[in-house]
Design a protein around this ligand. Structure first.
Ligand SMILES: C[S@@+](CC[C@H](N)C(=O)[O-])C[C@H]1O[C@@H](n2cnc3c(N)ncnc32)[C@H](O)[C@@H]1O
Length: 271
């Protein structure tokens, strides 16, 4: 086991900020808040997933199902994408989309289901911005590997950086924990689990994205990132005030702020 337990505990630290209440509170505006983030990730996922129409795909922590629906449509999938997410509110939105099969469960519950566990069900399994919520990541990753069909693989995409100083200001207030979890702790945990599978990592920089200053503030005030959920209204206003006084002093409300995301793509495929 090595220090697998310690690493799992480090990842678990994050889950104390998360509750079903959090996703209930953001679900209505989720796809609006995440529009740029969604747009930046779809081409990355399309490239790495190499989907064929006959593939059986599972999206773990699928949220509103926006990504799953895009993949379904762009790849001409003939089977619905299994969308696994414990949030009733997220699943309500996903249930209205085309080509999805919503399963209201945590990843832990899903991969302990005898129908899935050891059954080699999926050609592709995806986790996009959801792995930081796993309470038992070791069980989830083992379950994912066992659920893959021969030739199948798993792709995880997490954000590890945004190359504009405006995002650094927020990060200083929030703390750097989450970034380290995505960039360092999770890859180490996967290496130390001795999965019977090959693991590779690649950092990918998105094309240049743009968000207006007013939308950025709306995103902060609406706490669209779960890390912001723990902050009080005063702390959020403190971030905004600091931006207003410094980096965004000369930026008008409708001016676009250009930036790039840096994603860490992790691929796990059977030996
Ligand atoms: C930040 S959202 C990402 C949603 C979507 N993948 C996306 O990229 O837009 C994280 C999602 O993980 C879900 N989640 C929380 N705990 C989970 C768990 N234990 N297993 C699976 N999903 C979980 C939440 O309900 C939420 O919808």
């Amino acid at each position: 086991m090595g220090c697998e337990g310690d690493l799992t505990d480090s990842l678990r630290l994050k889950s104390r900020y998360i509750s079903t209440d959090y996703y209930r509170s953001v679900v209505e505006k989720y796809d609006y808040f995440f529009q740029e983030y969604h747009e930046a990730r779809i081409p990355v996922l399309m490239k790495y997933l190499d989907l064929k129409p006959s593939h059986i795909v599972a999206d773990i922590g699928s949220g509103t199902g926006f990504i799953a629906e895009q993949l379904y449509q762009l790849s001409g999938l003939t089977n619905p994408v299994w969308c696994v997410d414990p949030s009733a509110e997220m699943q309500e939105v996903a249930g209205k989309r085309k080509g999805l099969y919503p399963v209201q469960k945590t990843a832990e519950e899903f991969f302990s289901d005898p129908e899935i566990n050891h059954n080699q069900v999926f050609d592709r399994v995806i986790c996009a911005a959801s792995s930081h919520h796993f309470v038992d990541p070791v069980a989830v990753y083992k379950g994912i590997v066992r659920s893959l069909r021969p030739g199948g693989f798993f792709i995880q995409v997490n954000i590890v950086d945004v190359n504009h100083p405006v995002f650094k200001t927020a990060e200083n207030v929030i703390g750097k924990y989450s970034k380290n979890a995505a960039k360092e702790i999770q890859p180490r945990l996967l290496q130390e689990m001795n999965l019977q599978a090959k693991i590779s990592h690649q950092e990918v920089t998105s094309p240049t994205m743009a968000v207006s200053k007013s939308k950025l503030y709306e995103i902060y005030r609406g706490r669209c990132v779960s890390r912001l959920y723990q902050l009080s209204d005063e702390q959020i206003e403190e971030i905004i005030k600091e931006l207003e006084n410094e980096i965004l002093k000369d930026v008008k409300d409708d001016d676009r702020i250009n930036y790039n995301y840096v994603f860490l793509v992790i691929k796990i495929h059977l030996d």
